[in-house]
Design a protein. Structure first.
Length: 566
C-alpha cells in the first residue's frame, strides 16, 4: 500500500481504521478483552481537537485508552493507511461477509452469530435466510428483527447502484434494439422480476461477428470482448451479451437467469439423477455424454420437473413443488380486468377522466378506479367533499360514452394520528376507497403501524395503498410491522395494494406471499398520473408472480360485478 502523508490523515480516518479492526475481531468471534481497546482508542482519537498523526509514541500513550501496541498501529496507519494485523485478519474473513457491515441494524456481533449459526456469508445469503424465516429461529432474534434486516437490505441495494425496473428497461431496449427479433432473451435478475436490477445479462443466438458492430454502435464503451461474451457499458450500466448456439440455448438461459440459490438446488436434482448440470446442458456422469437443450422446458422435462417460472426461481420451495407437479398457476397480465389506482387533473394527475376512459377502452379493461388525493394531503386541488361530488357527476357522464367503466374512489390520507382525511359519510358514497400514508415517515414503528391498522379497521377503507411508502433509490420504507398489518387485514377483509409504479413496487414479494398465505386480498394499481403509465401494470403483475399469486388472489382479475360485490 502506498505511504500516506501524515498531515493528510485525519483523526476520523485513524479512528475509522481502529474501529474496523474491532469490528473484524467481533465478526471472527475474538475475545472481548482484545476487542474493547480498539473501540476505546478510536473514541479517544475522535475526541482529540488536534491531529494524532505525526505525534510520537510517548505522546500517544499519554492519551487515555491508548497503549503502546495501539500507538504503534497508529504509526502504521499514518504511513500506510492500515496496519499488519488488520490486513492479516481481513484476509481470513470473506469480503462478502465484511460487506454486511454496510447494512443498517446489522452489527459485527450479529454478523458473527448469523455466520456461525446459519452459515451466512453474503447479503444474498442473508436476504434468502430472512425471506425463508430462518433468522427469527435464532435465539435473540425474532420476526421484528428479521423485518428490520430485510428493510436494511432494501436500502443497501438501492444505494448499491441497482436500477429501477424502468431504468433497466431503458438499458435493455437500447441493447436489444440492435438484435434481431426472436434471437435473444434477457436473463438474470431482470428476467426473475426483482424490484431493482443490477447488471443486464442477455443470451443471444446471433453470432458474435455479426452482432458486435451493432452492439458497439450503441455502447458507451466495450469492457471486454471474447468469443463467448461481449461486455459493454450502455447508459453507464454494464451489459453482458452471451453467445449461444441453438442446441445449448435452453441450458445457458437457465444458468444465467439464476438465482444462484436456485441453480445450486437444480444441480443437486441433476446429480440425484446421475447428471452434472452446467451452462451447456446435462452431462451423464457414467458416460460423459452431454445432453443439450434448445429450450428450458426440455431441460426441466429431462429432470422430471414442471417448468419453473423465472419469477419463482429463488429456492423458496419451488423446486420441491415442481418435482411433485404441484406448482401454482401464477397470475398473468391477460387475467387483469382493470386498474385500481389512478390520478387525474382533479388533483396531481396530468390526465382527464375522458383520456383515462379512452385508455381503458384501448386496453380492453372493464374498469379503472379514479383515486385522486384527498384535500388533507395538501396536494394542489386535492379533493374535498364538494369536489368529490362534482367528480362523481362527471364520472357518470363519462361512463355513458365508453365500455370501460370509471369507478368513483379516492386516495384518502392516513393522518399522523390515524384519522382519515375525509369524513366517513363522504367515503361511504364511493365505489372503492384507498387509504395511504403520505407524511410522518419518521414516526416510530409502533406509531406508524397503529396508524395503518386504524385504516385497515375503518369500515369505509377497502384498500391500503403502497403499504411501506418506499420510493426506490430515493426513500426507504418507513418502519412498519407488516406482520401485524397483514394479520389484521386478513381478519377484517381489507385488501393491500401492490403498487405497480416502477418507482415504488410496494409491497415487496415476501410480504405479498405472506398476505396471500393469510388469505388477504391484493390489488394492483399503477398509481398512474399519465395515460402512458397504465402500461406499468406489467410491473405489478411480475411482483405478484414473485409473491406466488394466482389470479383469484388479485382483485383486479374480478369482473366489475364481482369487484363491486366484494
Amino acid at each position: 500500500m502506498e505511504r500516506s502523508d501524515p498531515q493528510q490523515v485525519t483523526n476520523r480516518q485513524v479512528a475509522g481504521v481502529l474501529t474496523f479492526m474491532g469490528q473484524l475481531l467481533e465478526i471472527s468471534g475474538d475475545d472481548p478483552f482484545k476487542i474493547r481497546p480498539y473501540y476505546r482508542a478510536a473514541q479517544e482519537v475522535e475526541r482529540q481537537s488536534e491531529p494524532v498523526a505525526g505525534r510520537g509514541e510517548e505522546e500517544l500513550v499519554a492519551l487515555r485508552g491508548i497503549g503502546r501496541q495501539i500507538a504503534r498501529k497508529i504509526g502504521e496507519i499514518e504511513e500506510t493507511g492500515t496496519f499488519r494485523e488488520l490486513d492479516e485478519l481481513r484476509a481470513e474473513i470473506p469480503d462478502s461477509l465484511i460487506e454486511l457491515l454496510a447494512l443498517d441494524s446489522v452489527g459485527p456481533k450479529t454478523i458473527n452469530l448469523l455466520w456461525k449459526k446459519l452459515g451466512i456469508l453474503s447479503v444474498g445469503d442473508l436476504d434468502k435466510a430472512a425471506r425463508n424465516h430462518r433468522i427469527r429461529a435464532v435465539k435473540g432474534f425474532g420476526a421484528k428483527k428479521e423485518e428490520n434486516i430485510l428493510r436494511a437490505i432494501d436500502r443497501f441495494q438501492q444505494k448499491n447502484g441497482r436500477m429501477t425496473r424502468a431504468e433497466a428497461d431503458a438499458i435493455v431496449n437500447a441493447a436489444t434494439g440492435v438484435l434481431l427479433p426472436g434471437t435473444f432473451t434477457v436473463a438474470g435478475s431482470y428476467r426473475r422480476g426483482l424490484s431493482t436490477v443490477g447488471d443486464i445479462d442477455i443470451v443471444t443466438l446471433e453470432e458474435r461477428d455479426a452482432v458486435r458492430p451493432r452492439l458497439t454502435a450503441v455502447a458507451d464503451e466495450v469492457i471486454d470482448d471474447g468469443s463467448r461474451k461481449t461486455s459493454l457499458r450502455i447508459g453507464g450500466r454494464r451489459v453482458d451479451i452471451r453467445y449461444a448456439t441453438p442446441e445449448i440455448y435452453g441450458a445457458m438461459l437457465m444458468y444465467l437467469t439464476g438465482s444462484k440459490a436456485f441453480n445450486i438446488r437444480i444441480r443437486a436434482v441433476a446429480n440425484s439423477g446421475g447428471y452434472t448440470l452446467n451452462e451447456y446442458g446435462l452431462e451423464e456422469r457414467s458416460s460423459g455424454r452431454l445432453q443439450t437443450f434448445a429450450d428450458e422446458e426440455g431441460l426441466f422435462r429431462e429432470l422430471k420437473m414442471d417448468y419453473v417460472p423465472p419469477e419463482l426461481r429463488e429456492d423458496r420451495g419451488e423446486v420441491e413443488l415442481a418435482l411433485a407437479g404441484a406448482l401454482p398457476s401464477l397470475v398473468d397480465l391477460p387475467d387483469v380486468r382493470g386498474d385500481l389506482h389512478s390520478h387525474t387533473r382533479w388533483s396531481d394527475g396530468r390526465q382527464t377522466l375522458e383520456e383515462i376512459a379512452v385508455r381503458g377502452d384501448e386496453l380492453g379493461y372493464e374498469y379503472i378506479l379514479i383515486t385522486d388525493h384527498s384535500s388533507s394531503l395538501g396536494v394542489a386541488r386535492g379533493l374535498d367533499t364538494d369536489a368529490l361530488q362534482r367528480q362523481q357527476s362527471e364520472i357518470e357522464h363519462t361512463n355513458r360514452r365508453h365500455t370501460c367503466t370509471l369507478l368513483s374512489g379516492v386516495e384518502v390520507d392516513i393522518k399522523s394520528d390515524g384519522a382519515l382525511g375525509l369524513p366517513g359519510k363522504m367515503l361511504a358514497d364511493l365505489d372503492l376507497v384507498i387509504a395511504s400514508v403520505h407524511s410522518g415517515f419518521q414516526q416510530e414503528e409502533d406509531q406508524i403501524t397503529r396508524r395503518i391498522l386504524s385504516a385497515v379497521e375503518n369500515e369505509h377503507v377497502d384498500i391500503v395503498g403502497h403499504p411501506t411508502g418506499r420510493l426506490l433509490g430515493r426513500r426507504p420504507p418507513y418502519a412498519v410491522d407488516l406482520a401485524r398489518v397483514i394479520e389484521r387485514a386478513a381478519e377484517v377483509g381489507t385488501a393491500l395494494e401492490i403498487n405497480a409504479s416502477p418507482h415504488r413496487l410496494d409491497l415487496d414479494d415476501i410480504y405479498i406471499r405472506q398476505a396471500k398465505e393469510k388469505g388477504v386480498k391484493l390489488t394492483i394499481g399503477t398509481d398512474s398520473h399519465r395515460t402512458s403509465e397504465f402500461s406499468n401494470m406489467r410491473y405489478g403483475i411480475t411482483l405478484a408472480r414473485r409473491g406466488w399469486c394466482t389470479a383469484p388472489d388479485i382483485l383486479n382479475t374480478s369482473t366489475l360485478a364481482g369487484l363491486l360485490e366484494w
